[in-house]
Ligand binder design. Structure first.
Ligand SMILES: Cc1cc2nc3c(=O)[nH]c(=O)nc-3n(C[C@H](O)[C@H](O)[C@H](O)COP(=O)(O)O)c2cc1C
Length: 371
């Protein structure tokens, strides 16, 4: 996992460039929204049109997940390296979903800063995602607890490692799984809910390559915990499908990565907007499978893997800091741009609140129009 210190603070520096790019691309309505988001960031969260009381918004959707977290809509923005800082998490939580700060690319000090910024900007629930394969996972967990966070999503490691400690601290603990056997293990470890993530998802993926469509109902049948579906969901149609499969909510990554508040580089966001249905690849399987956009690095990795490259060779090819180079710095040649198959459904860069709102409108419409 690539780690960086305080560099995230630079995410606001090129905001003028971002703004002008968007101004030329989108309608006046979105430009107004963007200006309000920017003002909101400047003045600490007082001006957003996306704040409560949700006049004209779709009605709340009560499920086991929305009840558990005390949120209006069961839409969780997944933790994402180099993408999900406090601004994105706050925007999603304010819009009635649940935003997660992605600790996967933060040192503990930086995570502390992001949590404090988030807490200063909203009273809505905020969670933190900690990938347990991080060498300093213990410190990240401790920082999260010390800062008073009560919702923790763990991923990519043994679910029992910190669950007892987190529960003792009064946290709700979710764990991400990609197979039924891992769902059972997480339930035995005492987790409160599960995220079942299918093979379509962006970022690190399960070894068994099980699709969301088949994974979610099997996990729902096997384990009685509240369940979130993840992987391949980018709009309200996908959400309706996930709920029909037995999930009580959705965790979404790629669609939220292409929002104004995402810390990712503009070139990464543009890749998502331009991507079609076949523009991602699951590669580096002999290290740990990752789904990413087919940029030159991804194609090199895929070619090496197909040619039978062993783990060591792939590790050498991967080198250091590829995720940062791609997602955060926008290096199209050398970077790695993690993204899901749902990038084919991403057609614009919107404020995160607009994504939540659209998704709920589409969800109710999908439900209404089913034969
Ligand atoms: C750029 C990117 C970075 C991600 N980083 C993490 C991470 O650090 N920890 C984690 O648990 N999941 C991570 N994910 C997975 C998301 O949290 C989420 O489960 C997944 O994106 C859902 O599938 P979707 O991309 O089809 O929406 C990442 C996904 C993306 C696209």
């Amino acid at each position: 996992m690539v780690v960086c210190g305080g560099c995230w603070k630079s995410t606001g520096v090129d905001s003028r460039k971002r703004l002008s790019a968007v101004v030329t691309k989108y309608s006046l309505r979105y430009v107004c929204e963007i200006l309000l988001v920017k003002l909101d960031n400047l003045f600490g969260g007082e001006t957003s049109t996306m704040q409560h009381p949700f006049q004209g918004w779709p009605p709340p959707l009560e499920t086991r997940v929305s009840r558990l977290f005390g949120i209006r809509y069961p839409i969780i923005q997944g933790g994402m390296v180099w993408t999900a800082g406090w601004k994105l998490a706050v925007a999603v939580s304010r819009a009635g979903g649940l935003g997660l700060i992605g600790a996967g690319s933060m040192q503990p000090d930086l995570l502390r800063e992001h949590i404090r910024q988030a807490r200063g900007a909203t009273d809505a629930p905020i969670g933190v995602n900690v990938p347990l394969t991080r060498g300093d996972a213990e410190e990240l967990i401790q920082t999260t607890v010390n800062e008073g966070i009560k919702i923790v999503f763990t991923s990519s490691g043994h679910p029992g490692r910190f669950t007892g400690q987190l529960k003792k601290a009064g946290c709700i603990v979710a764990h991400l799984i990609a197979a039924v056997k891992h769902a059972r293990k997480a339930a035995e470890a005492g987790c409160d809910l599960l995220v079942a993530e299918g093979f379509e998802a962006g970022g690190h993926n399960g070894l068994d390559e099980i699709t969301t469509l088949t994974l979610v109902p099997q996990v729902a049948d096997a384990v009685p915990l509240p369940l979130l579906a993840a992987g391949g969901i980018a709009d309200g149609r996908g959400m309706a499908a996930a709920l029909a499969l037995g999930a009580a909510g959705v965790q979404i990554g790629t669609r939220f990565a292409a929002t104004l508040e995402s810390s990712a580089h503009e070139r990464y966001k543009k890749l998502l907007v331009d991507a079609g249905d076949g523009d991602t690849v699951l590669t580096l399987k002999r290290i740990a499978p990752v789904r990413m956009v087919k940029t030159p690095f991804a194609l090199r990795a895929e070619k090496a893997e197909r040619a039978g490259a062993e783990r060591e060779e792939l590790l050498a090819l991967l080198g250091q800091k590829r995720e940062r180079m791609g997602i955060f710095e926008g290096n199209l040649e050398e970077g790695m741009f993690e993204a899901g198959q749902s990038s084919g459904l991403v057609r614009d860069i919107l404020p995160a609140a607009e994504v939540v709102r659209n998704m709920m409108e589409e969800y109710y419409e999908a439900k209404r129009t089913l034969p």
